[in-house]
Design a protein around this ligand. Structure first.
Ligand code: GLA
Length: 397
């Protein structure tokens, strides 16, 4: 059954890849470069990246495919396969345009130009199967994918790390989300069957094998997208910075929440105020949780690992306040089952997916049950994604 499912997934991906390629040939009649860039999950370590903390993401087998070629003009012609929309803009475009997806691309081009890299016109068709707004970072896949292909076709000679940073900047400067580096890093540096333990302070990283044996990861898409995502995200980030500012007046050497201990926080509780205190203490605890989780993973103790996932959810819900009732419901539901050692909301929050560690032989039953209960409660169909951990952005042969 599992082999069938995998074959089916691969078949669907191949179909998308073929469609992207043939639409390109139809529209532009040249030979394109083909590449793909994956979505990501994050096992633990949420809202820690922009605090110079640790994260534990992995790239997954949901992709955006790119077919691209230079066109020897100063115009970029882009077709979005998923939106069935076509856009042309000059390579000098500096303003946002009224197609949300195109702004990620323009952001990337602008960042290359800021690097003093010369980009000329190109023709591009892209699309894939990373659900949008599901917390799987389709936007980072789009950014890193475009950065990767432009770097190749225009011989720009940036290395992977530079492309990652450039993609993050496109999000920060052009799109306007002050995101950290996790998503772009995971998309580019993903490694099949491994999670990436990334230190967002110095970008040192280590690949840890993910071997869950009788268990697997299962994503559950709440199919809600609350409109708060970018405004609340930027607000959380500010609150963390506010905390750092207060703490650094009292303690030397504090540059980010990474440098802060719980004792530091407790000693400044009054100055911080309860709201900022809660935000900061969540982050400090989450960093420690991640380090513990990596040890559990290394010793293959999935029960303890799962328990830490639940704790993360509690922190995100009660202290960091980025969950929502739909995600809380999905996570709470899993607590009834010993077959599920851990579950939590994943990504920026306010909707999107939960990530569940679940015993393989319990999956079908759990899916049926959740579909039913979730629909009864919210009138929404949840969706489930059975994912595999894969390599990062690369060429499609
Ligand atoms: C979004 C951001 C990331 C990270 C997560 C929360 O996905 O893009 O940089 O901050 O939220 O962990």
């Amino acid at each position: 059954k599992n082999t069938n499912k995998k074959l089916y997934t691969n078949f669907r991906l191949l179909m998308i890849e073929n469609n992207i390629h043939s639409i390109f040939k139809e529209k532009f009649d040249t030979k394109p470069l083909l590449a793909k860039s994956p979505g990501r999950i994050n096992l633990i370590g949420e809202h820690t990246d922009y605090n110079d903390g640790f994260v534990l993401p992995a790239a997954i087998d949901k992709y955006i495919y790119f077919a691209i070629a230079k066109n020897d003009t100063d115009t970029c012609n882009v077709y979005s396969y998923d939106f069935r929309e076509f856009v042309s803009f000059p390579i000098t475009q500096k303003e946002k345009i009224n197609k949300g997806w195109a702004n990620y691309l323009i952001g990337i081009i602008n960042e290359f130009q800021k690097h003093g890299k010369e980009i000329k016109g190109f023709d591009l068709v892209f699309g894939g199967n990373i659900p949008i707004g599901a917390g799987l970072s389709s936007s980072a896949a789009l950014e890193t994918g475009l950065a990767f292909v432009l770097n190749l076709i225009f011989d720009l000679n940036l290395d992977t790390l530079e492309l990652i940073k450039l993609s993050q900047k496109a999000d920060n400067n052009f799109v306007g989300v002050n995101c950290g580096i996790m998503d772009q890093f995971a998309a580019m540096k993903g490694k099949s069957n491994h999670v990436i333990k990334l230190d967002c302070r110095n970008l040192e990283y280590e690949y840890l094998p993910f071997e869950a044996k009788d268990y697997q990861l299962l994503l559950c898409n709440s199919n809600v997208k609350h409109n708060l995502v970018s405004s609340e995200y930027n607000k959380r980030r500010k609150q963390c910075e506010e905390g750092v500012k207060i703490l650094s007046n009292k303690y030397q050497g504090i540059k980010k929440l990474r440098d802060v201990t719980l004792e530091n926080l407790i000693s400044c509780k009054e100055e911080l105020g309860i709201d900022v205190f809660n935000k900061c203490s969540y982050v400090v605890e989450e960093n420690q949780r991640l380090l513990n989780a990596c040890n559990e993973l290394k010793s293959n103790d999935l029960t303890s690992f799962g328990e830490l996932m639940y704790q993360t959810h509690k922190g995100l819900r009660e202290k960091y306040e980025v969950s929502c009732k739909e995600l809380d419901f999905l996570v709470d539901l899993t607590k009834n089952f010993p077959e599920i050692p851990g579950s939590r909301m994943m990504g920026g929050g306010f909707g999107g997916c939960s990530i569940n560690l679940i015993r393989k032989d319990f999956k079908q039953k759990f899916i049926q049950l959740t579909l039913k209960e979730y629909k009864a409660k919210f009138g929404i169909d949840a969706e489930f994604y059975d994912i595999n951990i894969v390599d990062g952005t690369g060429i499609v042969e």
